[in-house]
Design a protein around this ligand. Structure first.
Ligand SMILES: [Zn+2]
Length: 167
């Protein structure tokens, strides 16, 4: 039988995989993400539904693991008190008390709210990084690094487009 055809396409050509994945939606199949294979989350939507809900820019980051350009996001230097929720499913992920200015150009936190974030090894772009996902819906948030300046030692580097501030 060999490998399933969608896995084959994923490794050969990511764009082709995504295009084929969208065609698969119409046939009732759920397309594969970058690293997660058919994992179930409390909040599940088809890629077409996510695209309609989020719009193309947020969809590209949250659902296709894109990255906004540094120093361009709404929350990079945002300092109000409150929580930051998932931009896709609205689950609470970060508290403003954990936010700090890392100078890297993206909103940075030294911790997430416990149990709300999922960690996935990411070997794309010639680097070994830890991707962070919303544990409630599997949407891409950013990456976490071990070079944080506070006692947690963690730097959660998050796209502004992946989160919504709730005061
Ligand atoms: Zn979410």
């Amino acid at each position: 039988m060999g490998m399933p055809w969608y896995l084959f396409l994923k490794e050969k050509n990511k764009e082709l995989h995504i295009q084929c994945g969208l065609k698969l939606i119409k046939k009732g199949f759920r397309p594969l993400g970058n690293d997660t294979i058919m994992k179930k989350y409390p909040v599940e939507k088809s890629e077409a539904e996510w695209l309609e809900l989020l719009g193309p820019e947020r969809y590209a980051i949250l659902r296709k693991k894109g990255t906004e350009r540094p120093f361009t996001g709404t929350y990079n230097l945002h300092t109000e008190n409150g929580a930051y929720n998932c931009g896709a499913c609205n689950a609470q992920l970060f508290q403003s008390t954990n936010k700090f200015d890392s100078g890297c150009g993206w909103p940075s936190f030294d911790a997430s709210i416990e149990g709300t974030v999922e960690y996935v090894r990411d070997t794309t772009h010639g680097m070994i990084r830890t991707e962070i996902l919303c544990a409630n819906c599997g949407s891409h948030l950013g990456h976490v690094f071990n070079d944080g300046p506070t006692e947690t030692g963690q730097r959660y580097c998050v796209n502004s487009a992946s989160i919504d501030f709730k005061g």
